[in-house]
Structures are given as C-alpha cells and as structure tokens.
Design a protein around this ligand. Sequence first.
Ligand code: ATP
Length: 372
Amino acid sequence: GKGIAVFTSGGDSFRISSSNVLQGMNAAVRAVVRMGLYVGARVFFIREGYQGMVDGGDAICEASWSSVSGIIHKGGTVIGSARCKDFRERSGRLKAAKNLINNGITNLCVIGGDGSLTGANLFKDDWPALLQILVKNGEITEEQSLKHSHLNIVGMVGSIDNDFCGTDMTIGTDSALHRIMEAVDAIAATAYSHQRCFILEVMGRHCGYLALVAGLTSEADYIFIPEYPPPQNWEDKLCDKLQQERAMGQRLNIIIVAEGAIDQQGQPISAEDVRKVIVNKLGMDTRITVLGHVQRGGAPSAFDRLLGCRMGAEAVLTLMEATPESEPCVVSLDGNQTVRVPLVGCVLKTQAVARAMHDHQWEEAVKMRGRS
Ligand code: ATP
C-alpha cells in the first residue's frame, strides 16, 4: 500500500498563541491513521513536526490501529510539535527526503498553521531536485528515485485564532471558546458579590473571532478586536456603557480584549490600557485576567473532535486520489461540509489578510477573509 505520514507542526513565533498544540489535533491524527489503514495504506507518525522528518530514526514510526486508541479526548498533540530551522535549508530537506524514502513514504498529512503548510508546499516543489541530488550523492538508488518520484501533500489547519482563509473553522478554535466561556462563568460566579469589572485578554493576533464570539456567548459589555478599532473617543464610550449597565442594576462588567486589539492609529490597546481608563474615570474595582495558555488547555470540545475526525478522513482520501498533476489541497469546512481547497491560494490569501491588517486596511482584510 501507499506510505502516508502524519505530523503536527508549528510554533516559530514567540507569541503565546501559536498553532503548535491545539485541542482536536489528536482526533485528526487518529482519523488519518485509521482511515489510512482502512484503505490499505501504511501509516507513519512523524514526531516533533519537521524536526522528526529531518532527524529520522525513532522519530518516524509506523502506526497501528491501536496506537491511536484513547487519544481523542486529550488536548495538544500526542506526536509532538516543534519548530525546525533545519527544514528551511536545503540540507535539512535532503535529510528529510532521504528519511521518507527509506520508510517508503511519499504522502504527507501536515497539521499546522500557514507556515507549516508553506513548508510542505515548498518541499513538494523541491522534491524532484532533492531526489536528483540524493541519487547523485549515492544516498538513494536510481530505482528508489523512480519509485518515489512524486510527493503528495495535504494540509489540515490548526489555529486557535480561526484566522485561516478557506475554512469556516480551524482545529482548536471551538475548544478555546469553551475555555474562555468557562473562565468568564467562573469569574461571574465569584465577582457577582463584589461589584467588579473584569477584563479578559484572549488570543487573536490579526483575527478577533475568539473575542467576538466569546463576547456574544458570555454577555460581555464591551469587546476590543483588531478588525474594528474602536472610535477615537472609545474611553468615553466604554465608560458610558459601563455606567449605563451599573445604573440598570448590573453588578458585574465583563470586557474582552483580543491580544491584537488596536486603536484607530494602529496602536495596541492592552487590557492594562482599558483597566487604567476605567479606574481613572470611574474608580471601579477592575481586575485583569490574561487567559494565555489556558485557552489551549483542557479537553477538546465535541466540535473539535468531530472536525479532526472529518478532516483526517478526508485528508487520507485526498492523498489516495492524488495524481502527479493534482494541486496540493487543504481540507476545510465550508458550510458544515468537508471540502478540499487549493493550499497555495488559501495560504497566500491568509498572508494577504495578515498584511492588510498590519497596514491597517481593516475593512479590506475582513472582506478578503470572507466567511470565516
Ligand atoms: P504558528 O505560527 O501558528 O505556530 P505555523 O505552522 O504557521 O504555526 P511556523 O512556525 O511558521 O508555524 O512554521 C512551522 C515550521 O514549518 C517551521 O519551523 C519550519 O520548519 C517550517 N516552515 C515554515 N515556513 C517554511 C518555509 N518557508 N520553508 C521551509 N519550511 C518552512
């Protein structure tokens, strides 16, 4: 059968929210293994993302049906995730190609963010040249090169921010929303007796999805998201709103700030900025909670488990049907249907949106991003 390898990857950025370990990844890994075996393929794990591919040895090991038992409920990724500088260099990719060929692998399932998907696409493009060099250096035989002449790749997007263009939801987002809601509920339960204002900082670099949906589902009074910078006089508007709520008898105020929130000039608005405004203007007892890694912790939600299952199964079918001519795809969710969309187009669009956000072209960015 075909040789398929699955790996989880990401995390170069030093921000708190990176897509390297997310709830729902294990469901995807499990689905790839089981669907792969079901259709008669040999399936391999690659541990620690591209680093495991470059290192080879024990980092690449064959999976069995039972090796993915009892992982669907676990957060993070049981096969590890890492950043890998070596893979950005040709010398690293040569090692990776050799390790794959030695294991009979020419199909890759990558679970990660846009960086990881870009890496996979470049690897695919570089593959014929890599084989030539390996043959020339006597590291693989001509026969091996012919047998493994094409590399097929398929992607699944894990991102807590839900910032990837081409899918309605990314793996990990829904579970993070659950964590945020639980945190707000817990805060609400204790804070009610004290008359307090709580500011929660949640993840979201260029994408305010988490803050927006968390705001809607936890009855927040005010949210700050990167796509819609607040009006110039937001300090007054915010205070008016809070006073209005208090006048109506509300004893607790919740404000949600995305980590990438900015003002009209593109200057960051932090939870601390918001706190100062409230304390200085209203003198309210105001506390900040930065959720950080808590959002990636805990058990995956039913939605993320199912999303991982569906994406993983579809990813394997995509690889089984791949021909040398087919364009690389990511498996995505479109109106509750699992679909395949072109990888390169989605990555470019996602990067264009991030650039537009960076250049404060907010409306343009939101339009470009589309439904998700
Ligand atoms: P996140 O940043 O959200 O954690 P990501 O998938 O975008 O997720 P990156 O850290 O950008 O994560 O990339 C993960 C790995 O993919 C890198 O460590 C590197 O090994 C590989 N990679 C990324 N971009 C490239 C590239 N242009 N060429 C080769 N490899 C790349």
